[in-house]
Structure formats: C-alpha cells, structure tokens
Design a protein. Structure first.
Length: 235
C-alpha cells in the first residue's frame, strides 16, 4: 500500500461514492477534504436535527470502520445558497470559489511527506462539483501540481450519468489522451461503505453505483488538464 492519499471531495460522501473501494484497497492513511459540507439536502424528510451534523455523523461511521480522516471547509452547498444543483448555465460564484481556494490551499500546505492527491473530474451540471475541479486551474495550483503526484477520479454519479433535460458534459473528450485506470470493485465492500450515507443514497442509487458501474476510474493527467476544464462544453 501507499503511505497516504489526500482526496478533494465536493460534498460529504462524494469521495466514498466515487473511489471508496480504491482508497480502501491501496492506501494505509486517507484524508478527505470536504468543501461543501453545510447542507439541507436529503433524500427523505425523517432527520430530526441538523442535516449538516447528521451527515458528519455518517462520515464518522466510515472513520470508525475504515480509519479515514475527514476535514471540513464549512462552506454552504447549493441547497443553502438557493441555486439549483442541476443547472449548468449558472455562473461560478467567485466568492465561493475564492473561499474554497483559500481553504483547500491551506489544507494542502499542512501535509508533510509524500502523498497522492485525488481531484474530482467534474465538468458541468452540479455547480459545487464543477467548482471543486476548476479551482485547480488557478496559477498557484498549477505550480503546486507540477511538484506533486496527483490523479483525477470519475466523479460519480455525475460523470457517467445522462440527464434528459440537462445535457451533461462528462469530460471524456478532455480525457481521451490521458492515462486511465479502471478498478473493478468488490460490490459487497462498496455497498457496505455506501450504507453509511443513508441520507443521500437510495436503493436505486446504490444499484447504479455498484451494479450498473461495478468499477471506479482514475486518470493520471497533465496539470494543463485543469486549464482545459475551464471551458464548459457538452458532448
């Protein structure tokens, strides 16, 4: 196993949804940097207390069972900023982008030694997810990436899923020439991990993430990939 993995996660659960199996199998130490952890978005209405706190408790299940470490930027997601999550035409909120940049940069500077950095491949649709990718196109991140080992990961479910009323650019065109690794998952392990996030993952989504897509995907791109990702285009 490698020593450590640092993972950029747009929301609580996104890192586990997308590459939880890969991280569990390949790394001794894993730290998840959650950017938009403040939320009121759930798939049911049965939670009697703060959604943000409840979702942190879901993370704690993963921490207890698998030893993951979690850090939180405490920034509001789209449900608290009162913007739709599925409208790719919404402009980037520069205030939110700058706050994300400042927090992520501070976190990355706090790690010592060698580690692998995982960044979501998010190109459109959900504003929070896209922002989590495009901030790495900024100049100081470009310099940082030249000196660190990094990967991008298929940000599930958005990366592969099509939405009839909202065309989804899933970025495959940008990744054609990049080195790709597809990791077959243990459906049993992945489903066990995903059950921790009951506020977000329905049976249908569970099946999509384990049966329809029984693998996780990462790429080893050039840092200029993030410059290209600034252009929002559609397949």
């Amino acid at each position: 196993m490698n020593i450590e993995a640092i993972v950029i996660s747009p929301h609580i659960d996104d890192a586990i949804i997308s590459i939880g199996h890969t991280l569990n199998q390949r790394y001794d130490k894993i730290t998840i940097l959650n950017i938009f952890n403040l939320s009121q978005e759930i798939i049911n209405q049965t939670i009697p207390r703060s959604v943000s706190q409840y979702r942190k408790e879901e993370d704690q299940i993963i921490s207890k069972n698998y030893g993951y470490h979690f850090r939180y930027a405490n920034l509001p997601d789209t449900s608290l900023r009162n913007i739709p999550w599925n409208n790719p035409s919404i402009p980037i909120d520069m205030g939110i982008l700058n706050a994300s940049d400042k927090w992520v940069w501070k976190q990355l500077q706090s790690f010592n030694g060698d580690y692998d950095l995982f960044i979501p491949a998010s190109f459109n649709l959900h504003p929070d997810h896209y922002l989590s990718t495009v901030l790495f196109s900024r100049e100081h991140y470009q310099s940082f990436l030249k000196n660190h080992n990094f990967f991008i990961y298929a940000d599930l479910p958005y990366f592969f899923q099509k939405y009839p009323r909202s065309p989804q650019h899933n970025g495959i065109a940008l990744l054609t020439n990049e080195i790709k690794t597809r990791i077959n998952i243990s459906q049993e392990l992945k489903r066990k991990m995903l059950t921790a996030y009951s506020s977000q993952i329905s049976i249908q989504r569970m099946d999509f993430l384990t049966i329809s897509h029984p693998y996780e995907t990462i790429w080893k791109p050039n840092e200029l990939f993030f410059i290209h990702s600034q252009t929002r285009c559609y397949e």
